[in-house]
Design a protein around this ligand. Structure first.
Ligand code: GLC
Length: 648
């Protein structure tokens, strides 16, 4: 086994023989493939030494509690000790290649374990299918213990160390993550740290009046403080769960519940809460989780007279989480769930010196994409893509068309206003459009949390249904189906052209449509997000090799795009990207350049044939889809057509 000192000696000079400096020297790195117990001690100490002062400084700033800090350090060490050597080996490999997740072969898929394959063992037995989808990162939707009927899709956790019985056990999870790792698949899970279920043992004790546990939540014996909060804090679920507090009759107290009444907000002003939640986080990381999605992260710190969103202390906590990760399990990535406008999302990357999350969702681009589908006007999308392209290339975004949640119309209304498009009327138009009521729409879906006061509403539906596949199938209209499939494929092709990691929503690869059966389940009926959380239809999935079926057409098209994406280096996350004018408002042009290679993506967002009036005079291009050689000048695009033009 190599000793750290030997490693450092070897690494101390770079290829030119000059002494390396800082990170380049890799002085903080540990021996590859684990090491002896002594090596590991040294490795841990080095990581700790690197980060200790900053961690202590941040912790004391927030909590001013040396004993609790010492306890945190002890526990971190314990979790490092119990971390399996295979995981430690992975940590070390990734430490040596910190950009490992920025590669162009990364492709994610999010799935519900029960919907996809019944339980964890089922998922393990379906890894070949996941491989066939070219996916090397799966996001397992919430699977920890949660009360039936009061679960918010699993986002109300009653035990952070127990898997829902119907889905399996912690052993099954470890077996699944190990099998995934053997196949080069990363596993992502949610860490729901803003709140616990009211059935969590802390909540139960708090409810019984135990002060120690009440102090882990926000309890008030009268409405005075809650009413002050209500003055400034917006509502997350204005219709399905209005308000930010819940009155507990039996306890004679109000408790803060930003989400559903059964999801009690944790009080991170209490260091016990922070410490214990970090222990849960490390426990889960040690089960073999590669990517931790920090659920609802902007909400985790509350202050009176604020919106209780994105407060500076949230960033202190996320930075501490990042440091704890770097010390104990540096192979793990943090994915922040910040469903907000770009100015609020970007700070969660932190700075180059003090990074916070590794990855964030590209949520505004997603919503703007659907706005573009409904308006056939790429102007706003072009502007949004330019904003993203102007950000540091180290930032990794997760790009997606649909996820398990609704689409909130968080568009750049300031810009739309300059064209006379008002927020309220436009949201109304988009919601009408996607329900299939307006603007020659073929979409199907339902509203979510329509707020009668503000007139606001969000939208639910699968990609396929929103593209018209559901309607065309129902009406048995072959021509409409052709167009719907084209739109669906074009949207994926455009999504793959963006920088970052594309994430498919399970079922989208075969064009699964909305599932209305949730209405028959009284526990799900009030929450229309279940319309796009249907079970995987494995009978339809058998069609993937049949080119005459919708499933076959979509699967094959996506497969081709995914393979192009992972073989062409121009798709790496840190390539130059830009947009170009096409002089047709329905046609988007995205350029990418990396190490001498250039590609232009052209995407027609309308159901009419169009010409992209671009005029690239730098030579010949080849369309990577058809193999056809062409000029990048006045390119004719069929309805919902696209090209991946690579410079020869
Ligand atoms: C996140 C989840 C959402 C859930 C909420 C509350 O936003 O994506 O599904 O309702 O957190 O935990």
């Amino acid at each position: 086994m190599k000793k750290v000192t030997a490693q450092n000696d070897k690494c101390d000079k770079n290829s030119t023989g000059k002494k390396k400096t800082g990170c380049e020297a890799g002085q903080e790195l540990c021996p590859k493939d684990g090491g002896t117990a002594q090596d590991e001690e040294i490795c841990y100490r080095k990581r700790l030494e690197k980060h200790h002062d900053e961690l202590r400084w941040l912790y004391m700033e927030l909590y001013d509690n040396g004993d609790m800090f010492a306890e945190l350090l002890d526990q971190m060490k314990e979790f490092y000790r119990e971390r399996k050597s295979a995981l430690k080996g992975m940590d070390e490999t990734r430490e040596r290649d910190p950009g490992w997740y920025r590669r162009n072969d990364m492709l994610g898929m999010m799935l519900y374990i029960d919907n996809f394959a019944g339980n964890m063992k089922g998922v393990e037995s379906r890894l070949d299918y996941i491989g066939k989808c070219n996916v090397n990162y799966i996001h397992l939707m919430p699977f920890l213990e949660t009360p039936k009927g009061r679960s918010d899709g699993g986002y109300a956790v009653s035990d952070f160390r127990k898997v829902q019985e119907n889905l399996g056990s912690m052993e099954d999870l470890e077996s699944l993550t190990a099998s995934c790792h053997k196949k080069g698949i990363n596993v992502c899970m949610d860490f729901v740290m803003n709140h616990t279920s009211e059935d969590h043992e802390w909540a139960k004790k708090a409810r019984q009046g135990d002060g120690e546990y009440m102090s882990r939540y926000f309890f008030y014996d009268n409405s005075y403080i809650p009413s002050l909060y209500e003055k400034t804090v917006p509502q997350v679920f204005p219709t399905t769960a209005p308000g930010n507090f819940t009155w507990l009759e039996d306890a004679g107290h109000f408790v803060m519940t930003s989400f559903y009444p059964y999801q009690w907000d944790l009080n991170y002003k209490n260091p016990r809460v922070f410490n214990e939640m970090m222990y849960h986080f490390l426990y889960l990381a040690n089960r073999g989780i590669d990517i931790v999605r920090i659920d609802a992260v902007p909400y985790i710190w509350k202050e009176l007279n604020t919106q209780c969103r994105n407060l500076p202390q949230v960033h202190t906590i996320v930075r501490m989480m990042r440091i704890i990760t770097e010390i104990v399990c540096p192979g793990v990535l943090l994915l922040g769930e910040v469903v907000m406008e770009p100015e609020k999302v970007v700070p969660y990357f932190g700075t180059v010196e003090k990074p916070e999350c590794h990855m964030l969702y590209n949520v505004t681009t997603m919503a703007t994409t659907w706005h573009t589908v409904a308006t056939r006007d790429v102007k706003l999308l072009k502007k949004q893509l330019d904003i993203v392209s102007s950000l540091p290339r180290e930032y990794v975004f997760l790009n997606y068309l649909r996820c398990h949640d609704d689409i909130g119309w968080g568009l750049d209304f300031g810009t739309l206003m300059t064209e006379g498009i008002g927020e309220r009327s436009h949201k109304q138009y988009l919601n009408d459009y996607f329900q299939g009521y307006a603007g020659e729409s073929n979409s199907r879906g339902e509203l979510y949390n329509a707020d009668p006061v503000t007139g606001d509403a969000r939208f639910c539906g699968t990609t396929a249904s929103m593209c018209g596949i559901e309607k065309a199938g129902f009406e048995q209209d072959a021509q409409a189906m052709e167009l719907a499939v084209r739109l669906d494929v074009m949207l994926h092709a455009y999504m793959f052209m963006q920088s970052g990691i594309p994430v498919l929503y399970s079922g989208d690869e075969i064009g699964q449509v909305n599932d209305y059966s949730y209405k028959e389940d009284p526990l799900k009926a009030p929450d229309s997000r279940y319309i796009h959380r249907g079970a995987m239809n494995w009978t339809l999935a058998e069609n993937i090799s049949r080119p005459d079926t919708v499933e076959g057409k979509l699967f094959r098209a996506l497969d081709m795009l995914e393979k192009i994406r992972r073989t062409e280096k121009v798709f790496v996350s840190n390539a130059d990207t830009w947009t170009m004018d096409t002089w047709d408002c329905a046609v988007l042009c995205i350029g990418r350049y990396f190490e001498g290679e250039k590609i232009l993506g052209l995407f027609n967002f309308s159901e009419s044939d169009k010409i992209a009036w671009i005029h690239e005079t730098d030579g010949d291009y080849v369309d990577l889809i058809s193999g056809e050689e062409m000029r990048a000048c006045g390119v004719r695009l069929p309805a919902y057509g696209f090209y991946y033009l690579k410079k020869k």
